[in-house]
Design a protein around this ligand. Structure first.
Ligand code: PAF
Length: 283
């Protein structure tokens, strides 16, 4: 049985634990999460364990990345089962600060990034989002000083934003993305899938199906616009309202209108009932 992870909630305790690791010349990997862990998070942890001698998982539901109208209050919190899963995976340390530790009174600093953060995808519909993510991830990196950090490709734009930020600020952490983990019917795993009613859950795999169908048409040389429009129709006919369904350059996230313009990523965000889902695939 692996040892249960050390649960750390204060900065002095975190510093002591990290000093111990550094003294042993450990390589440290960080997997930042907001808890409500699923198999996608576990895949990140397993990769982190293969690449580093010690793995820290942070669990912090970050108020700064939610708009007042969003689901900060109802975001799933499953602390006990999260810790049990992390123990089973042999995680060394769980960093679980409270909001006052992360944002003490008088906190007045924000990391604001451009480039991928202003690509016109998530930022168009959640303008507060990346400022909140980069600020908290910048803080998590400063607090845990990891050599490596792992983020899921499901949040593709977030992965690009955090990678850019780590490079631009010379944070000395190598950011790695991992393949999206899917349910058997193709739905990307997400902590927010629990919001779906049974009917919505039955409709949700259409996002992946529509992207796969569109990618197939694009690879077969179909007209680009027609293929994209066809994918969008599949999604809306299943009961979703689209925020976006777009083809972007997989590295720069620039809009793209031909497969010749570079590696292509299809990205979708769509709402059904009170749930907003995002997903993406490479073409
Ligand atoms: O992807 C998430 O769960 C969050 O955006 C992150 C990276 C943990 C920052 O709060």
């Amino acid at each position: 049985m692996p040892r249960p992870p050390m649960i750390v909630r204060t900065l002095p305790a975190l510093r002591r634990a990290l000093d111990g690791l550094r003294a042993r010349k450990a390589t440290v990997a960080l997997v930042p999460t907001m808890g409500a862990l699923h198999d996608g998070h576990v895949a990140l942890v397993r990769l982190a364990k293969r690449r580093a001698s010690n793995v820290i998982v942070s669990i912090f539901v970050n108020p700064a990345q939610f708009a007042p109208t969003e689901d900060f209050g109802s975001y799933p919190r499953t602390w006990k089962s999260d810790v049990a899963r992390l123990a089973a995976e042999g995680v060394d340390l769980v960093w679980n600060p409270d909001v006052k530790t992360m944002y003490p009174a008088g906190f007045a600093t924000k990391i604001q990034t451009e480039g991928p953060a202003t690509a016109g995808l998530e930022d168009r519909f959640r303008p507060h989002f990346f400022g909140g993510v980069t600020t908290v991830v910048g803080k998590l990196f400063a607090q845990t000083r990891p050599d490596l950090a792992f983020f899921g490709e499901k949040d593709f734009q977030q992965l690009k934003v955090v990678t850019r930020m780590a490079r631009d600020l010379d944070l000395g952490v190598k950011v790695t993305g991992t393949t999206t983990v899917r349910e058997r019917d193709g739905l990307a795993m997400s902590s927010r899938n629990v919001y779906l009613s049974p009917q919505e859950r039955a409709a949700a795999p259409v996002l992946y199906r529509a992207m796969k169908e569109t990618a197939k048409r694009l690879r077969a040389g179909d007209n680009f616009e027609a293929a994209m429009a066809g994918g969008a129709v599949l999604i809306t006919e299943a009961g979703f309202t689209l925020d976006y369904f777009e083809a972007r350059h997989a590295e720069t996230l620039a809009p793209i209108a031909s497969l010749k313009d570079g590696p292509v990523r299809l990205l979708v965000a769509a709402r059904i009932g009170k749930t907003r889902l995002i997903d993406n695939i490479g073409v």
